[in-house]
Each structure stands twice: as structure tokens, then as C-alpha cells.
Design a protein around this ligand. Structure first.
Ligand code: CMC
Length: 430
């Protein structure tokens, strides 16, 4: 069978070009438009990249209509049931599940990179006490390149791996310390006898003056949240990491660009925005008012935690987190009226014509705040926890990009709509 093509015709000149159609292993076919500018002298236009595949990737697959999410081919539901965040991280970075020996070696290596340079501690003091922890994250992650510059050759696989371990293992420490600084509390050093999520909770909540034991329920719940956030193909922050990394910027610089992009309420900032919204809504009787506001085109209010560029069905991560909410609240014996409010809001929105027509379903951020609250994680740390989870996705995608035969600097074009060739007017004549 001949290779499939799509014909593109300029109906003013009659010139046609044949565009090859590329296949993925699953998912929509992809029209290769690379020759369009050369052959027709035109660009393609796709604000927000709704129809544009910017790269090929082996890492994560989403079927937005079915609500499917695969990490390296493994369904997220199976990983959530049987695996752990660190095992899923190994899978994302190395491409296959580890055997017992590989896993033990991986865990050991991660543990040996959890400490951060003592000089970095002084950086925290430069931030205002009331700084948002994401602001501190952007700053400290970016400054890692000033401390760990012995392995920054992005063309060297070993250097990439060392830098990846550094980012991945140090992020929980950096994040917990951002919180400790905001509270005026002493920094708690990582403990290598603890598991990854347990260690983070320990650094968040322990005091040097007394014993602190992390609840196994909290540890498990956080591990699940980290796993569900680990990668999500070419989302805004991952694309930002790829774009920054495509200039051959060092990995710490590229990852800090991703942290900045994640912060926005349309992306990773949504979990904090959901809780703010639920606090504003306050009671179940106020729900209709806010459902109405969300539909009003003259109102900037949106139902946070609802809708997704790719999912036109339930976000599978939201389903898993919702189930986990029930378990965590029950096991920790927490009664949170906010969870009941969220449930009532979800029920109301899912019956509403506006949300049905636009296929707006709860996304991962709709319920994560409820779990965070039960674990005692403050609102302004929600996106920080997302950052810890997503770090492995960013690193894996960056690593893949640099090994791609078709790698080029990312450089979008534009449709220029500004003035054309105006003569300069001296200031006294304006
Ligand atoms: N509340 C009310 N209306 C909405 C919402 C919402 N949350 N989301 C989308 N819409 C409407 C939107 O107004 C538009 O309506 P119309 O067709 O009449 O103009 C239609 O649905 C399509 O929306 P869009 O803005 O074109 O969709 P998008 O793919 O550009 O944006 C989104 C996706 C996630 C930014 C958006 O749904 C949103 O702002 N959601 C709330 C923020 C949120 O929960 N973000 C977390 C995303 S999941 C975690 C992550 O990946 O970081």
C-alpha cells in the first residue's frame, strides 16, 4: 500500500503539495507539514497548539476521549494499584520497569542525592518570609546550575543522568525547605532511611527537638499523588522545559522554566485555585450561583479543576484521586466539609447542559486539595508538590528530546498583524 499523504492546495495559484502522513504506535495520524513553508511560502496557524504535534515521544500517551493515560504503555490505574512513585519514575526515565536489583540501585542513588549544597541554604534568607513557595522554587531550582556545574554537557548522556538525579532527588528537600522558611522553622535534613514521600513529609513537619513519625496512610496517599502527576505528555510546563532545553540551556535552567510555567492557575496552580474557589463558594446553596458565573462570558470566573485541553471525558487521575480521598479521610478520621462541597459541585456541574456540551469533566486538580488538606499540607504548597511529582516527567522528556534525530531549536513562527514599514518620526514632530 502506498504511503498515505494529504494534498494541500493553494486555490489562488492552483499549486498543490503532497504532505506525508506519519503514524504513531497509537493515536491520531500526524500530517507532516515541514515542507509547507518551503513549497507554498505559507505558515500554518494553530494558537495554543490544539492541532500540532511538536515532537515524537515514546513516554506518555493520553486518549482524551476515552480518558486513558499510559506511562510507557502501562495504564495509570495499574501503576496506581501495584507500583510506586519511584518505580514509575524509573519507568519514565529508563523506559522499562526495573528488576529488583535495578530498583534497589535506583532508590539508593536517589537517596544519595537528596542533600543540597549548604551554600544554597543562604539563598532562602534572601526571600521574603511571605513569598509564595513557588517563587522560591523557581529561584532555587534555577540556581542549582550555579552549584552543580560539573556535569552540564547536555550532549553527554552521563552528564544528563547525573543532573537528572540531582534535580529529582533534591526537589523534595528544596520544596520542604521553602515551606520551613515561610514558617520561620528550622530546616530539617533528609533522612536516607525513609521512603521518598515519607522523607518529604518528614522534612515538612518534623522538628529537631522531638521524634516525628509519618503516618503510613499519609505516606501512601502522597506517593499516589506524586505518581499521578509524574508525566502528562506535551502539557504547558513540559513544552516549556523542551523549548528552554532546545536552546541547549543547562537542565537546571530548563527545569526552572518548567516550574514557572506550572505555577499558573490554568495548569499546576489549579489545585490551589480549586480550594480558593471552594472557600469562596462556601456552602452548597451557593453552587448554582457559581455554576451560572462560570457560564457567563462577561465573567472571568471559571470552575477551577474542571475542563482539560486533552480530556473530553473523566480525567483518569481525577477518578483515582477521588477514590483516594474517601480512603484518606476515613483512615485519618478527618471530616472535611470541603470534600462534601466538592462532591456536590461535581454532581451539579456534570448535570449541567453547559458542561455536558463542552465535555468539561473534573480534572486531577479538582480533588487533590482535599487530600493535601487532610495531610496538613498548606494551600500554597499544593503546586509545589505537583512540581516534585512532575520533575521526572520534565527530565525524561528533556532527555528524550536531546536524543531525537529530528531535534532542532524550538522556534515558532507568527502571523504578523502590526504596522508595516513606518518611517521614523523625530520626537519633536510626534
Ligand atoms: N469553567 C467554565 N468554562 C470552561 C472551563 C471551566 N473550567 N473550561 C473550559 N470552559 C469553556 C470555555 O469557556 C470554552 O467555552 P466556549 O466554547 O463557549 O468558548 C470551552 O469550555 C472550551 O474551553 P477552552 O478554554 O477553549 O479550553 P482549553 O483547552 O483552551 O483550556 C483549561 C483548558 C484546562 C485551561 C480550561 O478548561 C480551564 O481553564 N480549566 C480550569 C483550570 C484548571 O482546572 N486547570 C487544570 C488543568 S488539569 C491539570 C494540569 O494539566 O495542569
Amino acid at each position: 500500500m502506498a504511503n498515505k499523504t494529504v494534498t494541500l492546495t493553494d486555490n489562488t495559484t492552483g499549486k498543490s503539495i503532497e504532505l506525508p502522513v506519519m503514524q504513531g504506535s497509537v493515536g491520531p495520524e500526524v500530517i507532516d507539514i515541514r515542507s509547507v513553508y518551503k513549497e507554498l511560502g505559507m505558515f500554518t496557524y494553530d494558537p495554543g497548539f490544539a492541532s500540532t504535534a511538536a515532537c515524537s515521544s515514546d513516554i506518555t500517551y493520553i486518549d482524551g476521549d476515552k480518558g486513558t493515560l499510559l506511562y510507557r504503555g502501562y495504564p495509570i490505574e495499574e501503576l496506581a494499584e501495584h507500583s510506586s512513585y519511584l518505580e514509575a519514575s524509573y519507568l519514565l526515565w529508563y523506559g522499562a520497569l526495573p528488576n529488583a536489583e535495578q530498583y534497589a540501585e535506583f532508590v539508593d542513588k536517589v537517596k544519595r542525592h537528596t542533600m543540597i549544597h549548604e551554600g544554597l541554604k543562604d539563598f532562602y534568607a534572601g526571600f521574603h518570609r511571605d513569598a509564595h513557595p513557588m517563587a522560591i522554587m523557581v529561584g532555587i531550582v534555577g540556581s542549582l546550575s550555579a552549584f552543580y556545574h560539573d556535569s552540564l554537557d547536555v550532549w553527554d548522556a552521563r552528564h544528563r543522568e547525573i543532573s537528572a538525579y540531582r534535580v529529582f532527588a533534591k526537589l523534595p528537600t528544596i520544596a520542604a525547605w521553602a515551606y520551613r522558611y515561610s514558617q520561620g522553622q528550622p530546616f530539617v535534613y533528609p533522612r536516607n532511611d525513609l521512603e521518598h514521600s515519607e522523607n518529604f513529609l518528614h522534612m515538612m513537619f518534623a522538628f529537631p527537638s522531638e521524634e516525628y513519625t509519618v503516618s503510613p496512610v499519609a505516606k501512601r496517599a502522597l506517593d499516589l499523588i506524586l505518581m499521578l502527576h509524574a508525566d502528562h505528555e506535551q502539557n504547558a510546563s513540559t513544552s516549556t522545559v523542551r523549548l528552554a532545553g532546545s536552546t541547549l540551556a543547562n537542565p537546571f535552567a530548563a527545569i526552572s522554566a518548567g516550574v514557572a510555567a506550572l505555577w499558573g492557575p490554568s495548569h499546576g496552580g489549579a489545585s490551589e485555585a480549586v480550594v480558593n474557589m471552594l472557600e469562596t463558594i462556601g456552602t452548597v446553596d451557593q453552587i448554582p450561583k457559581y455554576i451560572e458565573k462560570a457560564q457567563d462570558k462577561d465573567d472571568t470566573f471559571r470552575l477551577m479543576g474542571f475542563g482539560h485541553r486533552v480530556y473530553k471525558n473523566f480525567d483518569p487521575r481525577a477518578k483515582l484521586i477521588r477514590t483516594a480521598c474517601y480512603e484518606v479521610l476515613e483512615e485519618l478520621k478527618v471530616e472535611d466539609p470541603m470534600f462534601d462541597l466538592a462532591m456536590a459541585l461535581e454532581e451539579r456541574a456534570l448535570k449541567d447542559e453547559y458542561f455536558i456540551k463542552r465535555k468539561l469533566y473534573p480534572n486531577v486538580d479538582f480533588y487533590s486539595g482535599v487530600i493535601f488538606r487532610a495531610l496538613g499540607i498548606p494551600k500554597n504548597m499544593f503546586t509545589v508538590v505537583f512540581t516534585i511529582g512532575r520533575s521526572i516527567g520534565w527530565l525524561s522528556q528533556w532527555n528524550e528530546m536531546l536524543q531525537d534525530d529530528e531535534f532542532r531549536i524550538g522556534r515558532p513562527r507568527q502571523r504578523y498583524t502590526g504596522p508595516v514599514s513606518r518611517p521614523y518620526v523625530p520626537i519633536e514632530k510626534r
